[in-house]
Write a protein that binds this ligand. Structure first.
Ligand code: ADP
Length: 407
């Protein structure tokens, strides 16, 4: 009897064993029997032709069906199913036939199986790659859509909030004016102070939202004027003084090279950027800690260094904190006061700071060993500001010409 005839003889037991094993190991349903019978017949033809040509269309069909249906194509790979089939075939042949016949049969079928396995492996890898590329494209598209809708949401929400906020502010100040007698003032004064504080905080958040959406849409325009970094930093120092005293913080602004040099920058925006970093240093440093502002002159830049003895930031978050809503930790544990220890915020301060600094042609980064509320390793924020001796726009250059030539 030929090897082909011997194989034809084991068809029923082969079908039963293969479908049982695949059902148990690969989770393939037993109704797969028809396809298995088709595969077995093609295997017999392959033995006659000494080629896997008849097997290929069936294997392709299996692979395509698996790729279309499986959410993760690495599950139930046809290569692994075929490997199981090869092992079962060899087991049956060894059980049923005499060793020399079995050896001859395995010798005949082995090259066919290895070619089929090799074919399946490369075809599956190709399809998997295609699938993953498509999946990546889809994910990227969805992420871009999400990012765009987030940015749209911010700008729409901010603009919609602005109008009622202006109304509340207006009516609160009218009420303040019309409340004339002392008695009335006592009663309403407390309420008015509350309304004012609330609207002021809300105004800051709305302004931050608008700034973020302007930065994201590259709409931030800078108003270049002569500035001196030491004046900006000392002004911030004065503004936070009462909190510094209340929280028993040590707050030092060093006089460093370059800080007294006149440069052109948007003073208001830089003030906003530095203030965000200082506010964070205060917020994330426990009472009694130390905050230092120092810096140095570099070729073409002035570096400003904000150091604190606060809770620190894990290295894997050093980039994330500059993304919008990149606040860390459990938001529900944040304190409610803006300058209180771990005071909450919407997570927009640093993205705005980064946008402002980068709009000036500078850069910002943070160094911190780790986040550790117990030992407080501290954080160091570095900001590089380019030294501009002339404003970039012609109008401002003309306006400030005498100042530029005198300096
Ligand atoms: P928030 O409004 O939450 O302060 P920011 O954008 O200003 O938002 O900061 C993002 C996050 O970066 C903060 O929530 C905080 O977790 C972390 N962070 C910023 N500055 C410091 C700092 N000096 N020390 C420790 N963590 C900081």
């Amino acid at each position: 009897m030929s090897n082909r005839d011997n194989f034809a003889e084991i068809k029923p037991i082969w079908l039963e064993r293969v479908s049982n094993r695949l059902a148990a190991v690969e989770g393939i349903q037993k109704c797969f029997a028809m396809q298995l019978a088709e595969l077995f017949d093609a295997l017999l033809d392959s033995i006659s032709d000494d080629s896997i040509n008849k097997l290929i269309p069936i294997l392709q069909e299996w692979i395509n069906a698996r790729t279309e249906s499986a959410s993760d194509p690495s599950e139930n790979s046809v290569r692994s199913i075929l490997s199981q089939i090869v092992l079962i075939t060899f087991d049956i042949v060894k059980e049923i036939f005499a060793p020399n016949v079995a050896l001859d049969m395995i010798g005949e079928v082995l090259p066919l199986y290895s070619s089929a396995l090799e074919y399946v492996g490369s075809y599956e890898t190709k399809l998997d790659l295609q699938y993953m590329t498509e999946e990546l494209k889809r994910t990227r598209f969805n992420l871009e859509k999400l990012e765009a809708s987030k940015s749209d949401f911010i700008s729409i929400a901010a603009h919609e909030l602005r109008t009622p906020l202006t109304l509340i502010e207006g009516y609160a100040s009218m009420l303040d004016d019309v409340t004339s007698t002392d008695r009335q003032r006592d009663q309403t004064g407390v309420c008015l102070a509350g309304i004012k504080a609330g609207t002021m905080r809300l105004r800051e958040i709305v302004d931050d939202m608008i700034d973020v959406s302007m930065i994201e849409n590259s709409l931030l325009t800078l108003n270049y004027q002569p500035i001196w970094l030491n004046r900006l930093l000392n002004q911030i120092c004065r503004e936070v003084n009462s909190t510094v005293l209340e929280r028993r913080l040590k707050f030092d602004v060093a006089s460093f090279s370059g800080s007294d040099e006149m440069i052109f920058a948007d003073g208001e925006r830089l003030y906003q950027a530095f203030k965000n970093v200082v506010t964070n240093a205060i917020k994330y440093t426990p009472d009694g800690g130390k905050i230092t502002i120092d810096g140095r002159l570099l070729p073409g830049f002035i570096e400003i260094i904000f150091s604190d003895t606060g809770i620190g930031i894990d290295p894997e978050d050093h980039l994330r904190i500059f993304e919008k809503f990149g606040r860390l930790g459990n938001v529900s544990l944040h304190s409610s006061g803006k300058l209180k220890f771990k005071g909450g915020g919407p997570g927009l301060g640093l993205p705005i700071t980064k946008g402002i600094i980068e709009a000036h042609g500078g850069s910002i980064w943070v160094e911190s060993a780790r986040f550790d509320e117990e030992h407080c390793p501290g954080s160091v924020f570095h900001i590089l500001i380019p030294i501009r001796k002339m404003p970039p726009d012609e109008g401002a250059a003309k306006l400030f010409h005498p100042l530029v030539t005198n300096s």
